[in-house]
Design a protein around this ligand. Structure first.
Ligand code: FES
Length: 106
């Protein structure tokens, strides 16, 4: 059953927003140039939560998602690891759709 995650406007452009307590069902949303993506908050390298501060999932340049544990970098649009210890692996994308001004998990 679809579940409302947040309003689009809640996710800062060129920023990110986390949900949950960092457990295995936690997810985060990222927004780049208006495009939203939602991923599970788990690094494919060692299974750690990606962030060490609430809602901080991007690197300093805001060009990539970064894992705070060992520095893996992920493409924002695809979730593919583009640097660090888990190249060839990807974040787990979470299916969602935009309904009006809101993001809904499917
Ligand atoms: S757990 Fe993410 S890079 Fe190692």
């Amino acid at each position: 059953m679809a579940q409302r995650l947040c309003a689009i406007a809640d996710v800062p452009d060129n920023g990110s927003l986390g949900f949950g307590d960092g457990g295995t069902d936690s997810v985060f949303a990222v927004r780049k140039q208006g495009d939203i993506r939602v991923y599970r908050n788990r690094c494919p390298h060692a299974g750690a939560p990606l962030n060490w501060m609430p809602h901080r999932f991007l690197d300093r340049s805001r060009e990539h998602i970064i894992c705070s544990a060992h520095g893996a970098l992920f493409d924002i649009g695809s979730g593919a690891c583009v640097g660090g210890p888990c190249q060839g692996q990807s974040l787990t994308a979470i299916a969602f759709e935009i309904r009006g001004e809101d993001v809904w998990l499917l």
